[in-house]
Design a binder for this molecule. Structure first.
Ligand code: ZN
Ligand code: ZN
Length: 422
């Protein structure tokens, strides 16, 4: 066995003692989800726990961000990251620890709140790993940085922490590691070298027409027809302007215009979401959108230039190959054939903002959260896409075990691939 595998085995013996607490913590977090930027209760719980384990705690970084630092002799510094926020989704899992929480979103709307993306798993697993690494500190040397980030879902939590001076509170970080629970069988871990998750851009486009009575279209410039033409024409970007080997997603997720059948409105607002895997393709797609919208406005005789507003911008998650190899080797040693290769995904993450700002290489892997029996049954009947709830669905809730065990083990094993003495 390698020194890191020996150390991991020793550190992980403590898992039996903390498992009960972790399961309670997960159910508690699941029952008390908090919207992006409002993770006050979660951050408080995290800060208390980290202090109890002996970490130096820095809180309120970038709003509700919390960083715990555990220095344990000379050696590498490993940053482990979890995100804390939940989503405006009405939970429909029927679990006895389902959320009934409601909150107020940033637009002032009363909304249901649910941990529909499994960030409660991430928080619980990282607290568990932080605890185990602290208790088992005689087995490793170096520094552990446990980072709990707000507002991943709104794409600005990592950036907020960076802008609020993250680099000054964490020592020189040698490697940054992150994970996400996905709808793959619980107990499995998936790694991916190179571009893993897409960069994402959201765009709000306002196009202008001229309002009129619904019976007098000749007096109008109809923004509903204009918006419809734009939606159709945008489909040609992926099919006609991007090489077939490149993956791009361009979704028009929302169109709003008018309020009454006999009134032609004066504007339409479209909201787009764009996912790409390379900088060049991203530029091509964003420029094509602008060109098409401007040209369609001109074709319609629109009285005002269209307006474009970018938001929800996620960077590309591009896993460093050497870092990924090192983690994968450690995972394979522990998980055996439960360590898989994950395919590229169209989801997005802002995690990479943190290592980018700290100048550290990174890798980000997937952990399974789906009941393995249900998953096998769905595979056998060819109904995985229909029957297995995915992240952000009202039915998505990772099974408690073996999800928590595997997610906690993964963090400890990956961290010790750097921290353990050779
Ligand atoms: Zn999410
Ligand atoms: Zn997520």
């Amino acid at each position: 066995m390698t020194p890191s595998a020996t150390a991991a085995e020793a550190v992980l013996t403590g898992l039996d003692e903390i498992r009960g607490w972790q399961e309670d913590c997960y159910r508690d977090l699941h029952r008390h989800p908090e919207l992006s930027h409002h993770e006050v209760r979660t951050a408080g719980l995290v800060a208390d726990r980290l202090a109890e384990y002996g970490y130096r705690v820095h809180d309120k970084i970038g709003g509700t961000g919390v960083v715990g630092v555990l220095e344990n002799g000379s050696g590498p510094t490993v940053l482990l990251r979890a995100d804390m926020d939940a989503l405006p989704v009405q939970e429909a899992t029927g679990l006895d620890y389902a959320s009934t929480v409601r909150g107020t979103d940033d637009d002032g709307h009363d909304v249901p709140v649910m941990h529909a993306c499994g960030h409660d798993v991430h928080v619980t697993a990282l607290l568990g790993a932080a605890h185990l690494l602290a208790d088992g500190r005689e087995h490793w040397n170096g520094t552990v940085v446990a980072l709990f980030q707000p507002a991943e879902e709104t794409a600005d939590g990592a950036r907020d922490m960076v802008d609020d001076g993250l680099a000054t509170v964490v020592p020189g970080v040698d490697v940054a590691l992150g994970q996400h629970v996905f709808p793959i069988p619980a107990g499995t871990i998936g790694t991916h070298s190179g571009p893993f998750l897409a960069s994402a851009d959201s765009m709000r486009i306002t196009v202008y027409g001229r309002g009129a009575h619904g019976s007098m279209p000749q007096s109008s410039v109809d923004p509903v027809v204009l918006a419809a033409m734009i939606v159709v024409r945008l489909q040609t970007i992926v099919s006609r302007e991007v090489a077939p080997v490149e993956s791009v997603v361009l979704t028009v997720g929302s169109i709003e215009s008018g309020s009454k059948s006999n009134v032609i409105p004066d504007r339409a607002v479209l909201q787009l979401n764009i996912r790409t895997y390379s900088r060049q393709t991203r530029t091509t797609v964003l420029e094509a959108i602008r060109r098409i919208v401007e040209a369609e406005c001109q074709a319609s005789g629109s009285p005002r230039e269209p307006e474009f507003e970018m938001f929800g911008r996620f960077p590309l998650t591009d896993n460093d190959p050497a870092t990924t190899d090192r983690v994968r080797e450690a995972f394979t040693g522990f998980f055996g054939d439960r360590c898989l290769d994950m395919p590229q995904g169209a989801a997005s993450e802002d995690f990479s903002e943190i290592p980018a700002a700290l100048g550290a290489p990174y890798t980000y892997w997937g952990v399974g959260g789906t009941d393995p029996v249900a998953f096998r049954r769905a595979m056998e009947s060819g109904r995985v896409a229909q029957d297995i709830p995915v992240n952000h669905s009202p039915d998505y809730a990772p099974v408690v075990q073996p999800t928590l065990d595997a997610a906690t083990q993964a963090l400890v094993i990956a961290a010790l691939a750097w921290l353990a003495p050779n």
